[in-house]
Structures are given as structure tokens and as C-alpha cells.
Design a protein. Sequence first.
Length: 238
Amino acid sequence: MSSIVFWLRTILSKVKRKASSDCKVSFSQCGEDIIVDYIFTVLRKNKITYLDLGAHSPTYLSNTHFFYLKGSRGVCVEADPSLIAPFQQQRPDDICLNVGVGMEEGEGDFYIMSSPTLNTFSKEEAERYQSYGRNRIEKTVRIPLRTVNHIMSEQFDEAPDFISLDVEGMDFDILKSFDFSIYRPTVFCIETLIYVEDKTERKITEIIEFMQQQGYFVYADNYINSIFVDVKVWENRL
């Protein structure tokens, strides 16, 4: 082997190792966790606290697993009892609550769909999903409900840095119940597209307008999810 070929191979090997070490693997649906990570990098915050509402899975389509691997910790809220064990096994340092998020404390009917990503407390949404013919309501279970403000008051000393919200048809109602005068997370990632199977999807502009009224701006939008950042925090970044 000539010295030039050896030198080139050595350089390429170093480049590949460098690229591998700098690579970020996303667990979100469309790279939302990488975008949120960049926001907190700009804000010079390496470790964050998070509240994952409608967490579903510790890894699959997760907006918070990326941060767990970086050493951040938070609270995952998942209403489906059958989905709790994977969180306890794969993210033992997180708090995982087997409750639903409601407008008031109590209990609610939770519709378990054949596709668990579509599980919902909304009877209207569950029946709409079923009407497309590809998914069905497998069963309905009674699940304890907690308000989002109650969850934050019990689990956090102050507002979490990041909230991921995906609760199939209940997102806007939960946001409207949010006490922004007490809790102001820096970043939200919210599903802002109505799920359909007949190509009639609609962007939920009401959520975007509401968040803007609360002093947040749209940092990024990938059509399915919108990422909001607190205007004042962003303006005061170093």
C-alpha cells in the first residue's frame, strides 16, 4: 500500500468517526426532538425537565427520549395501563403516571383503539377513527383524570422546561385549562394537525392563535406538529 493511499484511508477513518460522534438520532415523528434540542442549546441549557402528555412509548415517536439519553429527567403521562411497563423498564429514572389529563379531577372513559397511537378520551374522536374502517374501538376503560396544573404542582418545583402534548383530540382543551400565570414552560411541542384517513386533514390554527396570545411564537412547524417558544425567554437569550 502506498503512503498516499494509507494517508487517505487514515483521514477518511477520522472523518467517519467524527461524523458518527456528531450524529444525532431522532426518536420523534419528524425530528421534533432535534429542533427542541437546538433551541435549548441556543438558550445554553444542557439538561432540561420535561412533561410528556400522551407519552405512548418510551422510545417510539417519543419527543422526550432523546433528552432522557442526554441525562435530562421528567414526567411521562400515559393513560393506557398496558403501556406503562415499558416506561418503567426503559426509563426507570423518569416518573410515569398512569392517568389521563382532563379539565377537572375525577375519572373518564378511555377508548382503547386497535392502533394504540389513536387511544383517546374523546368518544367523538374514537368513533371518527373507527368510521374510516382501518381501526376499531377494542374496549373502553375507566381511568383517573388529573388536571395539567395539578400534575405540575405535584411533580415539579417550577414549570418544566419542555412540554410535549399529543392527546388525540383533547390538546386544545388542555391548553385552555393551563394556568400560564403560574407555569410558563420555555418550549411546547403540540400536535396541530387533525388526524384523518381520507385526505381531509386540517391544521388546527386555533391552537397556534391561542399560543401566540399566551406570549409564545412558532419556532418551527412540520405540518403535523408545531414547536412554540416563550417570546420573552427567546428575546433575552445570551
